[in-house]
Write a protein that binds this ligand. Sequence first.
Ligand code: ADP
Ligand code: MG
Length: 333
Amino acid sequence: MTPEPPPGPDEFQIIARLLRPLAGSPEALGLVDDAAAIPARPGFDLIISKDAMVAGVHFLEADPLDLVARKLLRTNLSDLAAKGAEPYGYFLAIAWPAGTGWADCERLAAGLAQDQAQFGLTLLGGDTVSTPGPLTLSVTILGWTAAGAMVRRSAARPADRVLVSGTIGDGWLGLKSARGELTGVVEPGAAEWLAGRYRLPDPRLELREALRALAGGAADVSDGLIADAGHIAAASGVRLRLELERLPVSEPASQWLARQPDRAQALAALATGGDDYEVVLTCALAHVEALIAEGETAGVALTEIGEAVDGEGVAALYRGRELELDRTGWRHG
Ligand code: ADP
Ligand code: MG
């Protein structure tokens, strides 16, 4: 007979010892009530988004839980960044596998504390349960914009230019690297950097003011550039033509790219892989220069990669030729 695993910390201990210290704002009521009470702010919109992560699907079972917690907050913050919103707070649901120990709970709380401080977030409430399944975490994140100022997916117009922040493909390559699949393919330092980009994305919050002022449509790039550009195209009723040879690629990713036999296919793989947490956006031609300059001031590169035209869907072009893609983006199982 297998002995019962020792009981893990109970829900009330976790809330009282680990979560209450993260919930300092008066709206959270010290996590001793059934709900938070958030005063309405006249003239502002609450911008609300939710992302969930499951062990073995969205992070590796062996990943340290402080990094997992930080990735959870950052994937949610990436949605706020793409919407031009100011981060405010979050609700957290945790489903622990039976037998999770204090050390794991503490590590998760430490990661939350670190990124709360870095990004100006506070914990507002949540739910804590146990599960026979894998560790599952979900955050509902709240941010603010002036009323009506959220940057929409639906605001791209024909003749707009398409820009993307940062570099594309690092998250997808980073997952390969974390699984040991890039050993001998890129230099060890490059493999490590890519794995770091997968484990800890950088939400592009520095762009939020520029997006509000100058962008047309925008979306967070989490499922893959082509899929997420497709969301803008569908919501806006336009076609986006992306030139893959203009794709911004990091130096470590370009080491991988240089080893691929078919450059067009390899670029398409980077543009369909997920986990970038960059922002894809459109803007009027007249705003391209100003947006790029604002990005530079904020420390985030913006690269023009294509244009919006009449029609629908996304075309991925390589040297003027349209590629047939067998998948339009990373689909989580
Ligand atoms: P309920 O009985 O409705 O499930 P709980 O007793 O689980 O309520 O929650 C008590 C308080 O603790 C609430 O304020 C809730 O928001 C908070 N709370 C529970 N779990 C979490 C969590 N994972 N993160 C933040 N707050 C939490
Ligand atoms: Mg509960």
